[in-house]
Design a protein. Structure first.
Lengths: 138, 138
DNA sequence: CAGAATCCCAGGGGATACTG
DNA sequence: CAGTATCCCCTGGGATTCTG
């Protein structure tokens, strides 16, 4: 909305003098991070992105590859991602209608760190599991 | 709970034959990923982890470094992270009470990909902003 | 100071039914 | 097929108050 900022580096957390200082200073940049984090961190976005990384898919296929997602949530998720420039939505003027989704360049760049998180989760999930059992038995 | 699985690699998304197959196969591994993703992807965890990466902090300080977090949510977040073995909670037997939080080794390893996501958000947030304005003006 | 307990509300998200 | 529209429940999470 406000193109009035001059870019500049934004630290997630300042060395030790105030996250608030760096993020809140120019108004919306601090929120932008949480904003984007909220998007990619939501229940389905990462799964959609990971699935689409394998190649373009139509709506139904996409849903088939993501067990448990409702039609409604898939629609909403994919619309958000489209709005953010992370996926493209292509409608083919046929009947019955066909719509295909694909990652954009931006989406592909996001896949890299997203994948890193997923890999971390996979690599450490039993370690976490043990930590939980230990904590619960305490 | 069930130590009956033989580890093995878990793919986030199978090359093209079924996310369901790989994840749902052994029962809880598929859910575990979404589970962990949900934890780190929630509204506050990443911020807490990032803040703690700078060094150990007591409750009040932690809250001071994370603008907008309520006492309640900080408590809940930090407890979850403790349960997952990502932070340690040290209570000093003093009066008034002092409690300090610090990242564990595991927590530090999580910080790496977490940081990558945050960096991505920072690096692309104006690109996303433009995509949104474009989409909304469409 | 560091929480635990309660209250309460907005909205996230599932199930279902309808449409172009 | 690929959505949209509703209904409705449940949880996330803020504000406030109480305690060791």
């Amino acid at each position: 909305m406000s193109p009035t900022h001059t870019a500049g580096t934004i630290e997630l957390v300042e060395p030790r003098s105030g996250y608030e200082g760096s993020c809140r200073a120019h108004g919306n940049d601090g929120r932008a991070i949480g904003d984007i984090l909220a998007r990619i961190g939501d229940k389905w976005s990462l799964l959609v992105i990971a699935t689409l990384h394998e190649g373009r898919l139509r709506f139904g296929e996409l849903q088939g590859h993501i067990p448990g997602i409702s039609q409604r949530m898939l629609t909403l998720t994919v619309r958000q991602l489209e709005r953010d420039g992370i996926v493209t939505r292509t409608v083919f003027p046929e009947v019955p209608p066909r719509v295909e989704y694909e990652l954009t360049e931006l989406g592909e760049t996001l896949f890299v760190p997203a994948r890193a998180i997923a890999d971390w989760a996979v690599a450490h999930h039993d370690e976490i599991e043990r930590a939980r059992t230990a904590y619960d038995a305490r």
